[in-house]
Design a protein around this ligand. Structure first.
Ligand code: KG4
Ligand code: ZN
Length: 337
């Protein structure tokens, strides 16, 4: 074969993800999640996640190889998320990747988690147009990126100054008595409600930056719900969910299209777990159509954290002739883009 086969390992949060790609072709994307163990705490517990990664690592790698019909000896390179993410969780993946690379005698590539979220789309929609703008929204990050070339050059345009978008969904879901992680439940509840029922505040709406803020919105929803409860009135869950979701999605799509306009970019990519949100997808499509911008959103299994995204970026690095990482690369919980 001429295109390199790359094994990618992702352990920045609660998902142990192992993906295998050949160039831009997805061969396997195997995931073990410890989410069930975190649900009763209402959030990911770092120590629990680290231990779960350690237990899941070998079976998940073997599962990915089996799914791809490959053996260890077929692997040409190993890529791993070096950061950002939970320190202990990252360490497990980085240590495993070093061991695999050393044992197999193949190069190791430590990659940035956010850049990997961008690179994954090429597995579904082909090479990313250069340049593109990427909006990454998940439980751990909310960022706008300018992407001249995902293997070489990714520039941060803005990010959240407080809560991540997914975190806001999860916290508001809790206020509404919906299960964790709350994003999908808010999405579903919102379908029965009105996005204009309650005028919730939109943080940093007209501030001229490409940053986000969601904690004021989260607090406003909590206060609104508390006031209803204190007055002994029923909380209209669907209307609150829809109105909260509308505020988040309005700000996200507004700033994403402002970024495209400001840098004269005609391609927008949306990734991360919140990209599964049906209202976000619909409003982004409407606003992109109006602005003459092409929209790319990977399918949900590629939007949430996974190993294929890391393998995809690794394949780009191999193709670009990038220098491999040394075996002493650290896991960096706040790795900048
Ligand atoms: O990317 P991801 O799986 O993990 C990280 O946080 O890195 O994203 C998970 C986040 C959670 O906050 C979850 O509530 C949110 O994505 N999410 C959604 C939806 N599906 C998942 N948020 C809004 N609408 C959804 N349909
Ligand atoms: Zn992520």
């Amino acid at each position: 074969h001429d295109e390199p086969i790359v094994l990618g390992i992702e352990t920045s949060c609660d998902e142990t993800g192992v993906g295998i790609v050949r160039g831009h072709t997805l061969l396997a994307n195997t995931i073990a999640s410890s989410m069930d163990e975190h649900a009763r705490f209402g959030g990911v517990v770092p120590e629990v996640a680290s231990r779960a990664h350690l237990e899941a690592m070998t079976p998940t790698v073997e599962g990915a190889l089996a799914a791809a019909g490959l053996r260890f000896s077929d692997i040409d390179a190993v890529a791993v998320t070096a950061g950002p993410g939970l320190a202990g969780a990252l360490l497990v993946g980085v240590a495993a990747a070093k061991a695999y690379a050393l044992g197999l005698g193949v190069p190791l590539y430590g990659v940035n988690h956010l850049a990997a979220h961008v690179a994954v789309d090429q597995l579904e929609h082909g090479p990313l147009p250069k340049p593109s703008v990427a909006l990454l929204v998940s439980g751990g990050h909310s960022s706008l990126l300018l992407v001249p070339d995902v293997a070489q050059d990714v520039i941060s345009l803005g990010s959240t100054v407080d809560d991540a978008a997914g975190e806001a969904f999860d916290k508001v879901a809790r206020v509404l008595g919906l299960p964790f992680p709350g994003g999908p439940h808010i999405d579903r509840a919102a379908r029965e409600g009105s996005g204009t029922a309650v005028a919730f505040p939109r943080g940093k709406y007209d501030d001229g930056t490409l940053d986000f803020s969601f904690s004021g919105l989260k607090t406003a929803v909590a206060r609104w719900v508390e006031a209803r409860e204190a007055a002994g009135e029923a909380v209209p869950v669907a209307d609150v969910a829809a109105s909260f979701q509308e505020a988040v999605v309005d700000v996200l799509t507004r700033k994403a299209l402002q970024a495209c306009a400001r840098y004269d970019v005609k391609d927008l990519l949306i990734g991360g777990g919140v990209a599964a949100n049906s209202r976000l997808r619909a409003m982004a499509q409407e606003r992109c159509d109006a602005a003459g911008v092409r929209l790319r959103v990977p399918r949900p299994g590629l939007c949430t954290d996974n190993g294929a995204m890391v393998a995809a970026l690794g394949a780009n690095l191999v193709a670009a002739g990038a220098k491999p990482s040394t075996l002493d690369i650290p896991a960096d919980s706040s790795l900048p883009i």
